[in-house]
Design a protein around this ligand. Structure first.
Ligand code: NCD
Length: 313
């Protein structure tokens, strides 16, 4: 499935380069409508889903501020979701609370007109479509250098509260011989549930606070920001972020064909001078997000065969 999605994303990306290709894509799902329910701040995930829908000719409605929805009148979450489902063919949702997308999906399993639910970020728990675009970015980046199999992937920053790294860890069981290196301040180390999952699936990982020592061993460094919005008493401020940041000095220790990723938005953990380095992959990663979300929508609506017809022979 991951290989299929990556392949789909690439086909869409190439097709979209030409005017006839872009038109053919727009004719794939013109009768489908999406609800973008994003009650937690979002720039990239929202915009990439919104544009992914439009690339496929879909129409979108959105709620971004719960204060503008009937939830303020006391309507339950489940009734609100059921209402959205009455008007659209897919619900894409991001919420501050974890488990909401799963709750919405369970509800859909029990109503006569269910629509698919896509989790676009659930609290500090999961961000599955980010993990898909991260896989796509890794896959593309390692094209000339084997594949994801056997690579050493470092994950750095607030691993405790960052949902992107959590979701990405889960997908690693689909690759052979991947090793993970968690580089984090002790108080923001990867949570036990993810480590238990890795143990269960025999995915080796190490934990360290020493970025300089880890750098030369890595094929990819996935940097994340401190998730300060979850602080209850300024916990993030106690961290010496300079030890968990990438700048010119770190670049000299990183392999020449390694890549640097970041789900964005970034804080001080990546110096903007790094953007000029060919190993900086995060802006491409951001754009990959749109192609991967197009691929996810094509898959959900089973439009692969129509895509094939749109492709030049
Ligand atoms: C991430 C998120 O919202 O979890 N951003 C994103 O979706 N690209 C990462 C973050 O906010 O740190």
């Amino acid at each position: 499935m991951l290989d299929e999605l990556c392949d789909l994303a690439t086909r869409v990306r190439l097709l979209a380069k030409s005017e006839p290709g872009a038109r053919a894509l727009r004719d794939l799902l013109p009768t489908r409508r999406a609800m973008l329910y994003f009650t937690q701040p979002s720039t990239r995930t929202f915009l990439s889903f919104n544009n992914a829908c439009h690339i496929l000719g879909m129409r979108t409605s959105e709620i971004r501020d719960p204060a503008t929805s009937s939830e303020v009148k006391g309507e339950s979450f489940e009734d609100s979701i059921r209402t959205f489902s009455s008007y659209v063919d897919v619900i894409v949702m991001r919420t501050k609370e974890s488990g909401r997308a799963a709750q919405a999906a369970r509800l859909m399993n029990n109503i006569p007109r269910p629509v698919p639910v896509i989790n676009a970020g659930s609290g500090s728990d999961q961000h599955p479509t980010q993990a898909l675009l991260d896989i796509y970015t890794l896959d593309r980046s390692f094209e000339g250098n084997g594949s994801i199999d056997g690579k050493v992937i470092g994950m750095m920053g607030d691993l405790k509260r960052g949902r992107t790294v959590r979701s990405l860890c889960y997908l690693m069981r689909n690759y052979r011989g991947v090793r993970l290196v968690f580089i984090a301040p002790e108080q923001f180390a990867m949570e036990a549930d993810v480590k238990a999952y890795l143990d269960e699936h025999q995915i080796p990982y190490t934990e360290t606070t020493d970025l300089a020592g880890a750098l030369p061993t890595l094929d990819a460094l996935y940097v994340t920001r401190m998730q300060t919005e979850w602080d209850t008493a300024g916990e993030s401020r106690a961290v010496d972020l300079s030890r968990f940041s990438v700048g010119e000095r770190e670049l000299t220790r990183l392999k020449r064909d390694a890549i640097i990723m970041h789900p964005l938005p970034r804080g001080p953990e990546i110096d903007p001078v790094v953007d000029q380095d060919p190993r900086a992959m995060y802006w491409r990663q951001e754009r990959n997000g749109m192609w991967m979300r197009v691929a996810v929508l094509i898959k959900i609506f089973a439009a692969e065969s129509r895509l094939l017809e749109a492709e030049p022979r």
